[in-house]
Design a protein around this ligand. Structure first.
Ligand code: PMP
Length: 457
């Protein structure tokens, strides 16, 4: 039973002593006062239980307070909390070797950070030093971090401040086959429209040609002939589980490499088995990046990030001294190592595939049933449900309506996320320990909340 600080007191402190921004992003009209978590469940201070389908923004990978990971953390906390990598300590080495074993050749050199923004900052720096070029291209709608540098990569105005952020970063059109100008019509005909590895069954995706054309136009208009890098999430997260047409990343990588750039996969959300079919999202695109950045699920919620790159790129970075006090912290490494073991032992990647596919198949039935569900997409447990005013216009469902459904879902005991440039996409990215029963519970709740909204409308 909770006997701590009252909700009123927390709100008062929030107003007086906390980053004022968090008042705006309590997410719900009344915040959820989270007290405790276990696996896919959260409890608030009043003892209400929630099915957590957002996992602290796609971060809790194997389950809140997973007993095995918690035990690994406890053991390391009793042995050594901190030293830096100016000394050699086992957890950093054990983890670096283990993480590298999950990546294809030649991705073998690991740098450990404390967050995704830090990992992406490092990747930007590394790409520039290695190539001797400056310009970096990202996709519209992407989120790659909130530091002044990574804010330039992030291509969503909500996360931008009026400073000289990310000099040398240029965005190109996101190959979004639902909201973008091309793709919707070709791809709607496809039998694989629900779970779309590819959005079109014809083998050659015409929409892809158009979006690659946009990338070529970006090369022709906005950057020098030689560039440093291309950043892409294998499936957008904050952007609302946006998937690209077949071969987009493959062709983009080729064009980027022809211009001297390196290709960077941001696996902060899609890594560690979340996409179900593969351990890394990039594997679903049949590409091998030059740098892979990761965070979130890497530590099941423990602050940590990493990048993995090639020995050649790493060598160019060795010209200066790169130091990070907490990067590779012994407790973080012990936790992350246990997360990798737990993913294997608990079969979480398979759960992602099975439960995720089931969820998407069932959500697609709701899409047929309701005029305001425009699109259901994703892979594994990286799912987006894009809401529209109506199917013909595909105009985003307005924030007020989104909020009503969202609050209703919460009041019935399920926490989901929101994303998309207009906040029009519900995001389902739970801890990867959820069950089919949890999926059924959510589907019933979601159905009811949309039904309620349609009745009121
Ligand atoms: N990349 C992606 C794809 C992300 O979703 C995020 C966080 N939402 C980041 C990078 C930044 O990570 P962090 O918040 O740990 O800095």
């Amino acid at each position: 039973e909770y006997t701590g600080m009252s909700k009123e007191r927390m709100m008062e402190i929030r107003r007086q002593n906390c980053n004022p921004m968090i008042m705006k992003v309590t997410y719900y009209k009344k915040p959820v006062f989270v007290h405790q978590g276990y696996m896919q469940w959260l409890w608030d201070v009043d003892g209400n239980r929630y099915l957590d389908l957002f996992a602290g923004v796609a971060t809790v990978s194997v389950g809140h307070c997973h007993p095995k990971v918690t035990a690994a953390a406890e053991q390391q906390l009793k042995r050594l909390w901190h030293t830096t990598n100016i000394y050699a300590y086992p957890p950093l080495h054990e983890y670096s070797e283990k993480l590298a074993s999950y990546l294809p050749d030649p991705l073998k050199v690991v740098y450990l950070t404390n967050s995704g923004s830090e990992a992406n900052d490092l990747a930007m720096l590394m790409a520039r030093l290695y190539t001797g070029n400056f310009d970096i291209i990202t996709l519209r709608g992407s989120y790659h971090g909130g530091s002044p540098q990574t804010m330039g990569l992030t291509s969503n105005a909500a996360y931008k401040y009026p400073i000289a952020n990310g000099l040398g970063c240029t965005n190109t059109m996101c190959p979004d086959v639902f909201r973008g100008p091309w793709g919707g019509r070709h791809c709607r005909d496809s039998p694989v429209q629900t779970i779309r590895e590819c959005s079109c069954a014809q083998g050659h995706c015409m929409a892809n040609d158009q979006y690659i054309g946009q990338l070529k136009e970006t090369f022709a208009t906005s950057v020098p002939s030689q560039i440093a890098a291309f950043f892409g999430e294998p499936i957008q997260g904050v952007g609302g589980a946006v998937q690209y047409p077949k071969n987009y990343l493959k062709e983009a990588y080729k064009l980027v490499r022809e211009r001297g750039g390196v290709c960077i996969a941001d696996e902060v959300q899609t890594g560690f088995g979340r996409t179900g079919s593969h351990f890394w999202g990039f594997q679903g695109h049949d590409v091998i990046p030059d740098i892979v950045t990761m965070a979130k699920g890497i530590g099941n919620g423990f602050p940590m990030g990493a990048i993995v790159t090639t020995p050649e790129i790493a060598a160019s970075f060795a010209k200066g001294v790169h130091f990070n006090t907490f990067g590779g912290n012994p407790v973080a490494c012990a936790v992350a190592s246990s997360v990798l073991d737990t993913i294997k032992e608990d079969g979480t990647q398979q759960i992602s595939l099975d439960v995720g596919t089931y969820l998407m198949t069932e959500l697609a039935k709701l899409r047929e049933k309701y005029e305001i569900i425009g699109d259901v997409r994703g892979k594994g447990l990286q799912i987006g449900v894009e809401m529209v005013k109506d199917k013909a216009s595909r105009d985003p469902l307005p924030p007020q309506a989104m909020s009503e459904i969202f609050e209703d879902v919460k009041d019935m005991g399920v926490l989901i996320g929101k994303g998309g440039l207009y906040g029009q996409t519900f995001r389902i990215q739970p801890p990867m320990c959820i069950t089919m029963e949890d999926a059924d519970f959510f589907l019933a709740v979601f159905n009811k909340s949309i039904h309620n909204y349609m009745e009121r409308r």
